[in-house]
Each structure stands twice: as C-alpha cells, then as structure tokens.
Design a protein around this ligand. Structure first.
Ligand code: NDP
Length: 350
C-alpha cells in the first residue's frame, strides 16, 4: 500500500489508554498512521509529538480543533477522552468531515449515541466504537465456539469485572464523576461483561433485572454507584449474570455453560495474557488461539480498511447505542426493583 493510501488518524486526548496502548499499536497496524495530536496540555503534546516523529504543526488543541477540517493529512480521529465528552467531539469531528473511531462506552445516553450516528450519516463518514475484544484472539475463538455449539445449547453466562479504585473524589478522578463517566463501573469495566454476554449468545436480552449499590460516606461514591449486578434473560432461554464493581478485589472473568460443556475465560478481556479452558464431559482442554495483545493493532487495521474501502464496520455506532440502551435499562430496573421487558433493539417495552 502506498503512503498516500494510509489513513491519517488524529488522536484526541493523550491520556493513559492513548499513550500506553493505542499509540504504540500503530506500529503493527496496517494501512493507518498517526497524523496529528489533539490535547489540552501543550507541553505533553510536544513531548509525545517528538517521541512519534511528528512535526509541531500536527499538534492541535481543544480550541483550534476546527482548523483540522482543512488539514488533508488527517482523514480520521480517534476519540480517547472521558466518556462525557465523546458525543460533542464526535460531532465536531464529523463537522470537520473526518471519520471517527470512538472509545467505549460510546457516550452517556442513548440520545447522545443517536446524535453521533446522525452526525456520521450527515457527514457520510464512518463511526466505529473501540470494542477491542472483537479483535482479540481469545474472544474471537470463544465467539466461534459458541457458533459451533461446542457447549451444546448455551444456558448460563457469568461475568465478573471488578477492581478497587483508589481513594479520590469526583473532582480528582473523572471515572468517579457522573457528568464525565455516567453511573459507574458498569459503563467502564462492566461493559466488557455485558458485551461478552451479547457476543457469546449472539442475542439481545428480552428482559433484565438489576441491583446497584452506592455506599454512603465514601468520597469515591458521592456521584456514582460502586457495584452493579445484573441478570439478563435471552430469547433462547440462556441467562447471564453480570457483576461489576469499583470496590472489590480484582477479577476479570467470563464463563459460559451449556448442556455439553463449559468455557472458562480468566482473565477474559485483558490487554494481554488472556486464558481459556474448554471442558466437556471427560475432556479438559486449555486453548491458546493467539496473542491477546494483537487486539489493538487489529482494531486499528479494521478501522483503516473500512475507511479506505468503505467496508462494513464490525463494531459500529449502532452496537454502541444498543449497549447504552441496555445500560439505561439496567439502571432503570435497579431503581424500580422490577424486571423490565425489552424489544429486539434493546429499547424498553412499555
Ligand atoms: P485518562 O484520564 O488517562 O485520559 C483522558 C485524557 O482525556 C486526558 O489525559 C486528557 O488528555 C483528556 N481530557 C480532556 N478533558 C478532560 C477532562 N475534563 N478530564 C480528564 N481528562 C480530560 O483516561 P483513559 O485514557 O483511561 O480513558 C479515556 C477513554 O478511553 C475513556 O473513554 C475510557 O473509557 C477509554 N478506555 C478504554 C479502554 C479499553 O480497553 N478499550 C481502556 C481504558 C480507557 P490531554 O491532557 O491530552 O488533553
């Protein structure tokens, strides 16, 4: 591929995930390159630009971002900002006629997601959500095993995504701040469990119930929930139990059980070193379908190919919207203490 065909991507937000996972992955990605940086911290942006061999005229800030519209070196942006900023920045990027790869969770509400999809359609530009597990060898193999019915009919999925967050306030850590993060660990870490239940069943739930807990007198949880626990029932009869927490000992696990066997993944959705065991009556096999850490480069390559060839995106805005609808329904079920019925598009039945 000639350099002219490579998709130029501007990184918006030079935080931990951008710097430690995404930017280094461009070296192994196909058909795209870092073309510009957008940051509110000029000193950091200069240092990062120098480290990646980018001239300083490729650095934008949040005020002069509009100028990127006339920068032909930039075809697309990757939004790696706190969640509460995703919708506005996606709209700004589409207004500048750039394609958008946006980190998960897509946004804070279904209304925001719908705005982002509408802006993408108006601009005629791609919108992809950074659901990296759709590019990760263990999760891809797990999806394949479910399609092959390796466990027989799927009965039960259990997911746990939890860790203990450090002592901080909503002003100090945006993940504890409702305006920037939403309701808490469910949108952030728990979303991996919700996603896994959807891509392993291949279904959208028909009903759900949930509990949330917001401890009193803990500075971390003034604005958000500390724990969320959800049960989903799928049209096939499969049930999923999802647990997520910002205040319990770390765990990252997904298991699926059917009539014929079980698939146990732990860690299930990590950046690297995922592990997976397939058990059937009389057999126990450790599966090693690949190297987990390729997921970042694979995700970038997929986005670049979709932009270059106008191809279908595996994790489109509509998937992000579906998940935010489910998260809204989970909070509603927890607040009401009722089991709520859902339509096939994850909207609530009245
Ligand atoms: P960080 O807090 O490390 O970085 C966020 C960056 O956003 C900051 O460094 C800053 O960059 C910029 N920013 C702009 N406005 C604000 C603001 N008001 N408060 C805080 N930061 C601001 O967050 P992460 O990198 O961990 O997360 C960023 C996004 O990536 C989130 O959407 C998160 O959900 C997602 N993520 C996804 C992961 C995955 O595995 N797919 C893993 C981790 C995060 P600057 O100084 O350059 O302006």
């Amino acid at each position: 591929m000639s350099p002219d065909e490579s998709v130029g991507v501007a990184i918006i937000g030079l935080g931990r995930y951008a710097l430690a996972q995404i930017m280094p992955a461009f070296a192994a990605a196909r058909g795209c390159h870092i073309a510009a940086l957008v940051s509110g911290n000029a000193g950091k942006a200069k240092r990062v630009a120098a480290a990646y061999g980018l001239d300083e005229d490729r650095i934008y800030n949040y005020e002069n971002f509009g100028d990127i519209a006339s920068d032909d070196r930039v075809d697309a942006v990757y939004i790696i900002l706190p969640t509460g900023l995703h919708a506005d920045w996606a709209e700004k990027a589409f207004a500048a006629e750039k394609h958008v790869l946006c980190e998960k969770p897509m946004a804070l509400s279904a209304t925001e997601c719908e705005r982002m999809i509408a802006a993408s359609e108006r601009a005629g530009r791609k919108l992809m959500i950074g659901y990296r597990c759709h590019f990760e060898p263990y999760n891809l193999r797990a999806m394949e095993l479910m399609r092959e019915k390796a466990l027989g009919d799927l009965r039960l999925i259990r997911t746990a995504h939890q860790y203990r967050t450090g002592m901080a306030t909503p002003a100090e850590n945006w993940r504890l701040n409702r305006a920037l993060a939403g309701g808490g660990p469910l949108e952030d870490y728990g979303l991996y469990g919700l996603q896994a239940s959807l891509y392993l069943t291949g279904e959208t739930p028909e009903s759900l119930s949930a509990y949330t807990l917001q401890p009193k007198n803990d500075p971390r949880f003034q604005e958000i929930f500390a724990h969320a626990s959800t049960q989903l029932r799928f049209p096939s009869g499969a049930v999923a139990q999802l647990a997520t927490s910002y205040d319990s000992f770390g765990m990252n696990a997904v298991s699926a059980r059917g009539a014929k066997g079980a698939l146990v993944m732990e860690p299930a959705t990590s950046y690297s070193g995922n592990a997976m065991v397939l058990q059937t009556y009389g057999a126990r096999e450790t599966l090693t379908p690949g190297t987990s850490s390729v997921q970042f480069a694979q995700q970038l390559s997929h986005f670049a190919k979709a932009v270059r060839e106008n191809a279908v995106i595996r994790t489109p805005g509509e998937m992000g919207l579906r998940d935010i609808r489910l998260i809204e329904a989970i909070y509603k079920a927890a607040a009401s203490g009722r089991t709520l019925a859902l339509n096939a598009d994850a909207t609530l039945k009245d």
